[in-house]
Design a protein around this ligand. Structure first.
Ligand SMILES: Nc1ncnc2c1ncn2[C@@H]1O[C@H](COP(=O)(O)OP(=O)(O)OP(=O)(O)O)[C@@H](O)[C@H]1O
Ligand SMILES: [Mg+2]
Length: 244
């Protein structure tokens, strides 16, 4: 299998606070990997290092075999290959749904307006938001905004999607729709790295689960390994807390 992301001995400190400590793991093409763990364990920081929103303090991140930390790598070219979906949607509030989904394509990928709109419509349909192209974000529910954010990311045709707790800010009744879209994407063979508190999603959809604790990967394995047969005491304790 082809490794898309290969993280080797990654470290990240904020001042004296060592947030990531010797992180090693990889993601293969087509894999869905979920990262779980307590608040403050470093999950978001790890994801943000992968698309260079944070600058790691040490180690390597190989993307298709190339170390993106070697200094010769253009941040924007790299970031265009990864779609990122955040907890807080981060849509442009002054733009309608369609423009939100075309602006990056036009500015970063230099696509024509027509091309960009065609691509945006394709993915707005995938997430069930093609009826809302003229709406402004404030006219949408949280779940709808998040589906637009997913369509916007997909419109860039990234080869990997990063999700950072995409359902944590949603009202409970909206969570299912967004998870359903993510599950459909997973089924298409898209490579996905997902930080989530949704344990059912991690168990049912992921190929592999990574459990982080205090800046280290405490355990990783198949959903079966992690949820039914965790080896580490701290994994068992975490699961006891989050699974009712
Ligand atoms: N920009 C920053 N400056 C300083 N410290 C930071 C910064 N970002 C994160 N941290 C610290 O890094 C640690 C890990 O934070 P991170 O956001 O990665 O955790 P997390 O696992 O995503 O938590 P949560 O589940 O609450 O989102 C925390 O101690 C946090 O305070
Ligand atoms: Mg986080």
């Amino acid at each position: 299998m082809e490794k898309i992301i290969d993280i080797q001995h990654l470290n990240k400190s904020f001042g004296a606070n060592e947030v990531l400590k010797d992180i090693n793991f990889s993601v293969e093409k087509g894999e869905v990997v979920c990262i779980i763990g307590s608040s403050g364990s470093g999950k978001s920081t790890l994801l943000r290092c992968v698309n260079l929103l944070e600058k790691p303090s040490g180690g390597k991140i190989l993307y298709h075999g190339e170390n993106i930390l070697d200094g010769s790598h253009d941040v924007y070219t790299h970031r265009a290959k990864l779609g990122m979906v955040f907890q807080q949607f981060n849509l442009f509030n002054n733009m309608n749904v369609l423009d939100n989904c075309t602006v990056g394509q036009i500015k970063v990928l230099k696509r024509s307006k027509e091309e960009a709109e065609k691509m945006a419509m394709k993915y707005l349909e995938v997430v069930g938001m093609d009826q809302y192209i003229n709406a402004k974000p404030r006219q949408l529910s949280g779940g709808q905004k998040q589906r637009v954010a997913i369509a916007r990311a997909l419109s860039m045709e990234p080869d990997t999607m990063l999700f950072d707790e995409p359902t944590s800010a949603l009202d409970p009744e909206m969570v299912g729709d967004v998870l359903e879209v993510m599950k459909e994407l997973a089924d298409t063979g898209l490579t996905m790295l997902v930080v989530t508190h949704e344990m059912d999603f991690a168990r049912d959809v992921s190929d592999r689960v990574v459990f982080m604790d205090k800046g280290v990967i405490a355990e990783e394995g198949s959903p079966e390994d992690i949820f039914n047969n965790p080896k580490e005491e701290r994994t068992r304790e975490f699961l006891k807390r989050v699974l009712k």
